[in-house]
Design a protein around this ligand. Structure first.
Ligand code: NDP
Ligand code: GDP
Length: 325
């Protein structure tokens, strides 16, 4: 019997890469897609990876508990991956209630569906390094106290503790992956890496002149999404559910990440970047640096793609996309 996996957030960056990984491993893959008027273009990331006709899409919204229960009952998954979220930190100050509902309560909806309709299934929750926020330790591990700094991070913390609580209360196989920032050519253009690589490609092709950014002194531990979805899968192959930090263990400023992108196409950061107050946030997470020792020891996982290679891959993909247009 083929294993069955059910994913939320299947139209997002991680959803596409995780679907590709699970299909490669021989799973039947089901993805929950929220209805919108953009039907037909939702699967552009899966198309990019050439898997759009191999994932079974099911209409549903994380906010609709009854739909989640029915879907879990119908699919009878062996593994459930909850990747859906209002995932953009900056937007979470403009839509704090929606973020709380989708990114926080949405997790509980799916955990309830698991508890009611498939208690034997294994569950993955997409937690975030943003939960560390105003960092309490120089290098953040599973034991580092949290200090969220945005409505997004507060909601993720609710989802994280709900996942831990359902494991401890009901003996469910639930895991929380505390993933640090991970990017790829399929990253949304609102996030800083993709904003930079798309803009650098446009500037190189003479379509634009400047790139407006906010706090370029912020530091992030950036890895590649393709590496990080492998960690998600590995978590659900363990005998018991647990929490894991997934990171590279290296931190870099937004400025340096941006310089790498410009240097790749022989342009200069200083000639094009303009600092714009509009992109500063009400509260900032100044620095994140993950300690992935537990993931390495228990899952045998480590990041394979470095920042330079990833940013160059992203710039090249954006150049190719723009030239194709
Ligand atoms: P994306 O923003 O690319 O994808 C988010 C997904 O959630 C989309 O498929 C979106 O659907 C879906 N979604 C949003 N609201 C709902 C809803 N109400 N019901 C059902 N689906 C919904 O995120 P990523 O792929 O980058 O990230 C995946 C998960 O990992 C997210 O939970 C994110 O918060 C978390 N995370 C990501 C990190 C990163 O660096 N990428 C770091 C740490 C955690 P639609 O296409 O319709 O908008
Ligand atoms: P986040 O870590 O999940 O918030 O991922 P982002 O890619 O959105 O932001 C990473 C860091 O880049 C944050 O510290 C932002 O403040 C900083 N940053 C600086 N300029 C920008 C910008 O123009 N857009 C975005 N998204 N982030 C920016």
């Amino acid at each position: 019997m083929k294993k069955r996996a059910l994913l939320t957030g299947v139209t997002g960056q991680d959803g596409a890469y995780l679907c590709a990984l699970l299909l490669e491993k021989g799973y039947d893959v089901y993805g929950i897609v929220r209805r919108s008027s953009h039907g037909g273009i939702d699967d552009h990331r899966m198309r990019w990876l050439g898997i759009h006709d191999r994932v079974k899409l099911i209409d549903g919204n994380l906010l609709d508990l009854s739909a989640m229960i029915r879907t879990v009952q119908d699919v009878k998954p062996d593994e459930i991956y909850n990747l859906a979220a209002q995932s953009f930190v900056a937007a979470s100050w403009n839509q704090p209630i929606l973020t709380g509902e989708v990114t926080g309560i949405g997790v509980l909806n799916l955990l309830e569906a698991l508890r009611i309709a498939a208690p034997e299934a294994r569950f993955y929750q997409a937690s975030s390094s943003e939960m560390f926020g105003k960092i309490q330790e120089e290098s953040q591990s599973e034991k580092t106290p949290f200090y969220p700094r945005s409505p997004y991070a507060v909601a993720k913390l609710f989802g994280h503790w709900s996942t831990v609580n359902y494991r401890e209360s009901f003996g469910l196989h639930t895991s929380s992956g505390i993933l640090f920032n991970h990017e790829s050519p399929l990253r949304g253009r609102e996030f800083v890496t993709r904003k930079v690589t798309d803009s650098v490609a446009r500037i190189k092709l003479g379509m634009e002149k400047e790139l407006r950014l906010g706090n370029i002194d912020a530091k992030r531990d950036w890895g590649h999404a393709r590496d990080y979805v492998r960690a998600m899968w590995l978590m659900l192959q363990q005998d018991k559910g647990d929490d894991y930090v997934v990171a590279t263990g290296r931190t870099t400023t937004v400025r340096r990440m941006c310089e790498i992108a410009f240097e790749h196409v022989n342009l200069k950061f200083d000639d094009h970047v303009v600092i714009d107050k509009a992109f500063f946030r009400p509260a900032e997470v100044d620095i994140l640096l993950g300690n992935p020792a537990k993931a390495k020891a228990k899952l045998g996982w480590q990041a394979e793609v470095g920042l330079e290679a990833m940013i160059c891959e992203m710039v090249d993909a954006d150049l190719a996309r723009l030239k194709a247009k």
